[in-house]
Design a protein around this ligand. Structure first.
Ligand code: SF4
Length: 446
């Protein structure tokens, strides 16, 4: 069903994510002011330079210190319209907080993420409005994908006076924010509330509308002055392995989606879960399953701890919550009973001539009991879709001018995971906004 998204949407109850608590409590007013007063308001602000959306961090912290929460929220949202979700999901330890000068004095950095959350929560709770639609240019832009890049672009285009219509195949807007962010970082309802706030400027989101099924790119091309592709990535990649079609074998993104949005999804029968991968999505799946109450959660990674791409602090937290791990181990087969997974067969590996093809260690096979096997080894790319449109696509990514988001077709732009290969939400927001300025330049010169 092709629907214009009505806000606010209220998600059904009984979803597994409701069992999961948030891991970063918000500040109380006194705590926020005390933390804000620690800030040195550095002139060169290395924290802001480390933020992909270049939020003026000392400026918003100064406003919190003086009790001007509305002003603090305005400063944040003027640079990053998804500042509410980024306050929760950004890897601040490696971005703004990781660059805070307090590290030079061997002191704890300013808790920038929590301060940002404090200000943006306040603005959302009181329904504050900061932005107005710009004077109409009469130009229309289609945006494919209602994730962070698409929403950031739609918001900025509307500010600039263009009409933006966002199309998304899912029933809810928000992209991976609503369906793929681990629930201990941010709940789906909070994402929809934020989307509501963003959409108040006046652009349309049409959910349950898949490009190629419900509307073609040719129709968009005919009816709009430009198109932004913010498609994200495709379904989980599942390797060809004996037993991958058994019930209880899934991809990590699909699993997190069901935990967050499907009221009929349960993990009651799962005692032993195995997650294959070593990135942040793998760690998210591990921590979600532990917090839901799965008894044994084990990560299997083909390389060593030093080589994992997942953040060290996230993995440390997963270990403290009870995660097991087998380093330098790969799955060889999945066996089941009555078409349901029961056992994962594995083997140890080491080194190898190529990082993708490690050597198998002789006589190192072993098996693990498993009721759930989750592959977190990446997502598929939309190569055929983009190349059919004549858009340059290399190394799994849409090729764009980094200053404008423009693709090899001058009227087509792209931003977010389909361009960067899967970075953070804040990168998608920055790219979506940048593409809006690129589109604006095109529309004003044509
Ligand atoms: Fe404040 Fe730290 Fe940023 Fe300096 S680097 S402005 S102390 S948050």
């Amino acid at each position: 069903m092709n629907t214009t998204y009505q806000v606010p949407a209220v998600l059904p109850t009984g979803r597994l994510e409701e069992k999961i608590g948030e891991f970063k409590p918000s500040f109380n007013p006194a705590g926020a002011v005390a933390e804000a007063n620690r800030c040195l308001y550095c002139h060169d602000a290395p924290c802001s330079k480390a933020c992909p959306t270049t939020i003026d961090i000392p400026e918003f912290i100064r406003k919190i210190a003086t009790g001007n929460l509305r002003g603090a929220a305005r400063t944040i949202l003027s640079s990053n319209i998804l500042g509410h979700s980024c306050a929760r999901v950004c890897p601040v330890d490696v971005l703004c907080q990781g660059s805070c000068v307090y590290h030079n004095f061997q002191q704890p950095p300013i808790q920038i993420g929590r301060l940002q959350r404090y200000a943006t929560d306040h603005a959302l709770f009181y329904g504050m409005k900061f932005f107005q639609k710009g004077h109409s240019t009469g130009k229309q832009v289609a945006i494919v994908g209602a994730g962070p890049a698409g929403l950031a672009c739609a918001h900025q285009l509307t500010l600039l006076g263009h009409e933006a219509v966002v199309f998304d195949a899912s029933p809810y807007p928000g992209g991976l924010n609503v369906a793929g962010i681990a629930a201990y970082k941010m709940k789906s309802q909070a994402v929809l509330d934020e989307v509501h706030q963003i959409m108040e400027i006046g652009f349309t989101v049409r959910c349950n509308t898949m490009i190629g099924r419900d509307i073609s790119v040719e129709e968009l091309d005919k009816n709009f002055d430009a198109i932004l592709f913010a498609t994200g990535l495709g379904a989980d990649s599942i390797p060809e392995l004996e037993g991958v079609n058994l019930d209880g074998v899934t991809g990590a993104v699909a699993l997190i989606n069901r935990i967050k949005l499907d009221p009929n999804f349960t993990l009651d029968e799962v005692k032993n879960a195995i997650i294959i991968g070593g990135g942040n999505t793998a760690i998210d799946a591990v921590r979600e399953l532990l917090q839901i109450g799965v008894h044994q959660v084990t990560m299997l990674y083909r390389r060593s701890i030093e080589e994992m791409s997942g953040y060290t602090h996230e993995w440390k937290a997963a270990r403290e919550e009870g995660a097991n791990v087998h380093w330098q181990t790969i799955p060889t087969a999945i066996h089941g009973i009555d078409n349901r997974v029961k056992q994962l067969h594995c083997i140890r590996v080491q080194g190898g001539s190529s990082p993708h093809v490690p050597d198998v260690v002789a006589d190192s096979e072993f098996s693990l009991p498993a009721d759930l096997v989750v592959f977190a080894v990446g997502q598929q790319r939309f190569r055929a879709f983009f190349t059919t449109l004549g858009i340059d696509f290399k190394a799994g990514k849409v090729q764009v001018n980094p200053n404008s988001g423009q693709t090899s077709n001058p009227r087509y732009f792209a931003a977010g995971d389909c361009v960067n290969g899967a970075k953070e939400v804040v990168n998608a927001v920055a790219e979506g906004r940048q593409a809006a300025f690129g589109i604006d330049q095109l529309l004003r010169t044509n």
